[in-house]
Design a protein around this ligand. Structure first.
Ligand SMILES: [Mn+2]
Length: 484
């Protein structure tokens, strides 16, 4: 239910254009008249309860009042009169002097105009400062026929979203502001983002980069780049590193994502112009860099996140964040779960032979298996183009999944990973007990695998207990295979 606001001011014109979305406004006027304003007027002596009785009746239950009066004693008398007519009205008294005459009452608040304006003023100044930064970036870009936006070597969602947003901020098209990198987008989920957002990343050589006249680096600092274009701007959130300089630098290490910086630029410039595609990209950029605001996020990141969430395409974001399963592949997951074998705190499942690009099915399966009650180790295995691939998950701590993967794969270098995730790749002859069963008796293969893993896990546990709580237990020894 909408509430009401009673305004009593010696300068009624201060409030003449005030609109509040959820409150009807009753404003005192010496003559009781308003002209063309969306308020109700009332009149009468300010310190008489009778002045407020009519208003109190039509104002409903939820009544607040603003008293803007120079003399605190008079304000106290006005407050008393208003309270007599409406005993539970909450009062905001705008008063420059200390006002000891007010009772200690949680529903009476005294505040001076400067205090009241501080937040507004701070916000306005901040917006102005952001506009100054935007103007500086535009000056840098002005006149450039081609202005590439440079990201780090393996571009991530924050970099890609920031580049896309920067292009929008500069009102440039893809042709005259290509999004470039010295490397290529390697992670499948990042490729999916680029594809779904129709965002093209162009790989350039160091030589090609050096031939541009000016470049803007986003989400990176050009520490390792040998030939930097003569004119350089850098917008980043990594801690400042030595060894480079640029004509224009905006680095804010306290920010969780450069996407937040770009969101602020775009909002200060003209927030109505922020398109769904850009908002979706920026939201995903903040999400990935801050693990959905759970890691290294500032108040600015949270504000940008909330703002973008209302403007992003939720369905598109869902598709970017989650792999698209072909129906057959989803059915395979169900079949794989049927093979599931539990051995102590180890669980394993196998699935039919997979192609290299379907490896994410094994990862998803292993992730799911780790959720089985009482389980600390999970494995999902399949024949993948002539090898046995085992994705391993561990609830955490050392010895971890990477170590178990190394023991599982007899060949050096074919197993590895982190404490919680690992992968082992075995040649058919190294998996002699599993290999034939994988095709014909997948449930038996799962049982064999679970048993083998349990044996290794127990060995590892025994060794680590004997070693005691040794030093540097998180270190990964030996060659490691990157988790796909
Ligand atoms: Mn970043």
């Amino acid at each position: 239910m909408a509430g009401s606001l009673i305004i009593v001011s010696e300068h009624p014109e201060r409030f003449s254009r005030l609109r509040l979305p959820d409150r009807e406004i009753f404003r005192w006027r010496p003559d009781g008249k308003l002209e063309g304003e969306p308020h109700e007027a009332f009149q009468g002596p300010l310190d008489a309860a009778a002045t407020y009785r009519g208003v109190a009746r039509s104002a409903g239950d939820d009544v607040m009042a603003v008293l803007d009066l120079a003399d605190p004693r008079y304000a106290a008398a006005v407050a008393a009169a208003l309270r007599e007519a409406k005993p539970d009205a909450a009062l905001l008294v705008v008063c420059d002097a200390q006002a000891p005459v007010f009772p200690r009452d949680a529903t009476v608040r005294c505040v001076s105009w400067p205090d009241l304006l501080r937040e507004e003023l701070t916000a306005e100044l901040r917006r102005l400062e952001l506009r100054r930064r935007v103007a500086r970036i535009r000056r840098f870009a002005a006149g450039a026929r081609v202005l590439p936006l440079l990201m780090q070597d393996d571009p991530d969602p924050d970099g890609m979203a920031s580049a896309l947003a920067l292009r929008a901020l500069l009102h440039r098209r893809a042709a005259d502001s290509p999004i470039i990198s010295l490397g290529a987008v390697s992670r499948p989920e990042n490729q999916r983002m680029a594809e779904l957002l129709r965002l093209q990343v162009t790989t350039v050589t160091a030589e090609e980069l050096g031939r541009f006249d000016r470049v803007i680096g986003v989400d990176m600092q050009p520490t390792l780049i040998e030939v930097v274009p003569p004119r350089l701007a850098v917008i980043d959130h990594h801690p400042p590193r030595p060894g480079w300089s640029a004509e224009l630098v905006d680095i804010r290490p306290e920010y969780g994502a450069v996407s937040t910086m770009l969101t602020e630029y775009l909002r200060a410039d003209d927030e109505r112009r922020i398109r769904t595609r850009v908002a979706t990209a920026l939201l995903y950029g903040i999400k990935t860099d801050t693990a959905s605001l759970s890691r290294g996020a500032s108040a600015a990141d949270a504000a940008a996140y909330a703002f973008l969430q209302e403007r992003a395409d939720a369905e598109l974001l869902y598709r970017i964040e989650r792999p698209a399963y072909q129906p057959d592949l989803a059915r395979d997951l169900g079949e794989a779960l049927h093979t599931m074998a539990v051995d102590g705190d180890v669980v394993a499942a196998t699935t039919r032979p997979r192609r290299e690009e379907e490896l994410h099915v094994l990862a998803d399966l292993a992730d799911f298996l780790l959720g089985v009650e009482g389980v600390r180790w999970a494995a999902a295995a399949a024949q993948v183009e002539g090898s046995l691939v085992v994705k391993i998950r561990h609830t955490g701590g050392d010895p971890g999944a990477g170590e178990l993967a190394r023991r599982l794969a007899p060949t050096e270098g074919a197993g590895g990973g982190h404490a919680s995730m690992g992968q082992a790749v075995l040649r058919p002859e190294e998996a002699a007990d599993l290999w034939p069963a994988l095709a014909n008796e997948p449930a038996r293969a799962a049982r064999e695998l679970a048993h083998r893993m349990r044996t290794i896990a127990e060995q590892l546990h025994g060794e680590s207990t004997r070693r005691g709580r040794g030093k540097n237990r998180n270190a990964v020894q030996g060659p490691a295979v990157e988790e796909a």
